[in-house]
Design a protein around this ligand. Structure first.
Ligand code: PBG
Length: 328
């Protein structure tokens, strides 16, 4: 035998030297759920270790993350039912607690990256990402609402706007509206290949944002499709996206790899709530070891081609990197 691959695995130093994939906290985005009010830190039952925070409680948590080297955050609002309506007007209302919180957040942490989600569902009385009429999700009528929401978010100080709605033409419509309002530096992270997945459950629990009727299959992609992801990618690139996202991540690693091969844009992958919940459940049962299974999971997503990963494990990963304890 003159070829023995095991020679390159012999010591930790050698393994480190030939390692192909590296990941630091720079590659992670931490999702945060915000509620109005004060003194709230309310655990999401289907996503243990994650909370709905009021801003006063959230800011110290963010400070802790920043000290751990975690600088990128995406924030989602849990909007009270009575503020929701058919056209998601609260999403750009002047007294919107989420927009006001973003302002405070960026004043306190100017060196952070703050990302917002754009879609109607957290603000919609129908619980859909677009405007609903007679059970149909209207495309073109939704675009101006998304554009208005995006401009309000840019104005509030979000660095990156992330449309998750999957309407056709929304990246172009949002880019145009942002530019017209003077926000040429606000970037767009498009949820490019977002699938109609069964793995968003805990997120919808957190925001109480599940569709009141029907499902999201007429706008989110069919889990059976790969090439359609590439078609969406080509459109997003033409329309001016700055990042492309694949969502979920683990069940769609092939799509991440496909998009990475066909674009020069950075690729983000959303390791979604249900994917994280599965691992937490197995570890809580003592069936898997979290300190080992969690970093391996994130590394796999990165190896597939993701430049950045949105994950509920971001803070725990940052602690592992620093050799700190992570309880479950
Ligand atoms: C809103 C949105 C969803 C997620 C991110 N943005 C839910 C959905 O599309 O129903 C899911 C994220 C997760 O499960 O962690 N459009």
């Amino acid at each position: 035998m003159n070829i023995r691959p095991r020679r390159n695995r012999r010591t930790a130093a050698i393994r480190g030297m030939v390692r192909e994939t590296h990941m630091t906290t720079d590659n992670l985005i931490y999702p945060l759920f915000l509620v109005d009010g004060k003194g709230v830190k309310d655990e999401i039952k289907s996503l243990p270790g994650n909370f709905r925070w009021s801003l006063d409680k959230l800011l110290p948590e963010v400070e802790e993350c920043m000290e751990l080297g975690l600088r990128n955050f995406v924030m989602f609002p849990a909007v009270p039912e009575e503020l929701k309506d058919k056209t998601a007007t609260y999403s750009y209302a002047a007294d919107n607690f989420y927009l006001k919180a973003a302002q405070t957040f960026k004043e306190k942490f100017p060196e952070s990256t703050l990302i917002s989600d754009v879609a109607m569902d957290p603000y919609s009385s129908d619980g859909h990402d677009g405007l609903v009429e007679n059970g149909r999700i209207l495309n073109d009528e939704t675009l101006p609402i998304l554009a208005k929401m995006s401009v309000a978010q840019a104005q509030a100080g979000f660095d990156v706007i992330a449309p998750s709605d999957m309407m056709d033409g929304r990246i172009g419509a949002i880019r145009e509206a942002l530019d017209e309002a003077g926000y040429t530096e606000t970037a767009i992270m498009s949820y490019t290949a977002k699938y109609a997945s069964a793995f968003y459950g805990p997120f919808r629990d957190a925001l109480d944002s599940a569709p009141k009727a029907g499902d999201k299959k007429t706008y989110q992609m069919d889990p059976a499709n790969r090439m359609e992801g590439l078609r969406e990618a080509m459109l997003d690139e033409e329309e001016g996206a700055d990042y492309m996202m694949v969502k979920p991540a683990l069940n769609y690693l092939d799509v991440i790899a496909l998009l990475k091969e066909h674009t020069t844009l950075p690729i983000a992958a959303y390791h979604v709530s249900g994917e994280c919940a599965m691992l937490i459940a197995a570890c809580q049962n003592g069936w898997l070891d979290f300190e080992q299974a969690m970093p391996e999971t994130l590394l796999s997503i990165r190896r597939a081609g993701a430049d950045v990963i949105l994950t509920y494990f971001a803070k725990q990963y940052a602690r592992v990197v620093q050799g700190l304890e992570i309880g479950l």
